[in-house]
Design a protein around this ligand. Structure first.
Ligand SMILES: Cc1ncc(COP(=O)(O)O)c(C=O)c1O
Length: 342
C-alpha cells in the first residue's frame, strides 16, 4: 500500500475479527489503532496540527509544546517534527523508557519535571508548560483535553468502519480525554442510519464518571483525575470500570487468546467486548477500539516482579460485571447506564 509520507501513513488501520474461542454470537471486531506508526493519537496530532497550520494559529517556524507521557506525546512528536517544527514535551519521571527513547530519537526536547505540586504531577507539568509558553511567543499548545479537533480526528475512523462492515451496532472504547470514543460515536451517528449503542471504559479510581479519584491507580491511558471538556456524556450510553488487576488480567488474556500484544486500555475494552459478544443477537456488529501496543509496559504489568511489588498476586477477572446504580462506589468490574430509562 503506497503512502507518500509518514503523515499519509496515519489511519486506515486494520479491523480484525476476534475469534473469542468460538463463543461469541455477535461479530466482535478490534480496530487496531495501535498499528498507526506510533499509536492512536497520531490521528489526533495530525488533525490538530494540520488544522492549526491551515487556520494560521501555528506559524511555520513556531515550536509546539505539549504535556503528555504517552501516545499523545508520540503523535505530536511524529507530526510536529515531520513538518519541521521544534517539539517540546513536558512530562514527569513516570514516563517509560521506550517512549522517552522514541521521543528523543524523533528529535523532541523532553522536559521532565522533578517534583509534583500539592495537586500532583499533572499540575506540576502544566506549570512548566505555562513557563515554556511564556518564554516562546507564538508557540502552539495542542490541548488535547479541550481542543475540538481531537474528537473530530475520528470522523475518518468512523468512515473506515462503515467502509469495512457497513454499520456498527455497539461501539466500545476507553475514555481518557474522551476524544476517541465520543468523536467516533458522534461521527458514526451522523454517517449511518442504524442506531448505535456506545460503551465507555474507565478505571476504578478515576474521577471521569463520578467515582472518587484514587491517584494510586496503576492503569495508564484511560481514566483521569479531572473531567476533560472532550468527554461528551450525552453520546455515551453505559460505562464500565475495571480494577487494575482485572484490566491487567484481561490484557494478558488478549495476547494469549487473540495474539494481540497491547496496552491495558485495549485489555479492558477486550474484556467488555468479549462479555457482550455472547449476549447480543447473531449478526450484531460490535467494534472495540484498541489504542496502543504493549511494548512500553514491558517493565510494568507484563512483568511479574512489578505485579508482585504492587501486591497483585494473581491476575483474575470475573466472568461478568456487576450492574450498579450511578452513585455506587465501585472496586471491581461494574457497569451502569448513564441515562434515565435504559
Ligand atoms: C493508551 C491509551 N489508551 C486510551 C486512551 C484514551 O483515549 P482518549 O484520550 O481518546 O479518551 C489514551 C489517551 O491518551 C491512551 O494513551
Amino acid at each position: 500500500m503506497l503512502r507518500n509520507s509518514m503523515i499519509e501513513s496515519i489511519g486506515n488501520t486494520p479491523l480484525v475479527k476476534l475469534r473469542l474461542e468460538d463463543r461469541a454470537i455477535g461479530n466482535v471486531y478490534a480496530k487496531l489503532e495501535m498499528l498507526n506508526p506510533y499509536g492512536m493519537k497520531d490521528r489526533v496530532a495530525k488533525q490538530i496540527i494540520l488544522e492549526a497550520k491551515r487556520s494560521g494559529i501555528l506559524k511555520d517556524d513556531a515550536p509546539i509544546i505539549e504535556s503528555s507521557s504517552g501516545t499523545m506525546a508520540l503523535g505530536v512528536a511524529l507530526v510536529g517534527t515531520y513538518l519541521g517544527h521544534s517539539v517540546h514535551i513536558v512530562t514527569d519521571p513516570r514516563m517509560d523508557m521506550i517512549t522517552m527513547v522514541k521521543l528523543q530519537s524523533l528529535g523532541c526536547i523532553v522536559h521532565v519535571v522533578e517534583r509534583m505540586t500539592s495537586q500532583g504531577w499533572q499540575s506540576a507539568r502544566l506549570e512548566r508548560l505555562a513557563e515554556l509558553l511564556e518564554a516562546s511567543p507564538g508557540a502552539f499548545w495542542p490541548q488535547q483535553y479541550e481542543n475540538p479537533n481531537n474528537p473530530l480526528a475520528y470522523a475518518e475512523l468512523a468512515r473506515e468502519l462503515i467502509d469495512d462492515i457497513g454499520r456498527v451496532d455497539i461501539l466500545i472504547g476507553s475514555v481518557g480525554s474522551g476524544g476517541s470514543l465520543c468523536g467516533t460515536a458522534r461521527a458514526l451517528r451522523t454517517q449511518q442510519a442504524a442506531p448505535l449503542r456506545v460503551i465507555g471504559l474507565d478505571a476504578v479510581g478515576s474521577f471521569i464518571f463520578g467515582q472518587p479519584d484514587r491517584p494510586t491507580r496503576l492503569q495508564s491511558g484511560l481514566g483521569n483525575s479531572l473531567i476533560p471538556a472532550n468527554v461528551d456524556f450525552s453520546v455515551i450510553d453505559e460505562v464500565h470500570w475495571l480494577s487494575d488487576e482485572e484490566a491487567f488480567a484481561a490484557t494478558h488474556e488478549l495476547v494469549r487468546h487473540e495474539k494481540i500484544f497491547a496496552g491495558n486500555s485495549s485489555g479492558s475494552t477486550y474484556a467488555v467486548a468479549r462479555w457482550l459478544g455472547q449476549r447480543v443477537p447473531a449478526g450484531t456488529n460490535i467494534v472495540a477500539i484498541f489504542p496502543d501496543r504493549g511494548d512500553r509496559y514491558f517493565s510494568t504489568f507484563y512483568n511479574r516482579d512489578y505485579l508482585e511489588q504492587k501486591g497483585i498476586q494473581s491476575l483474575r477477572i470475573p466472568e461478568a460485571p456487576q450492574h450498579v446504580q450511578r452513585d455506587v462506589i465501585v472496586n471491581s468490574w461494574s457497569y451502569c447506564h448513564l441515562h434515565e430509562g435504559q
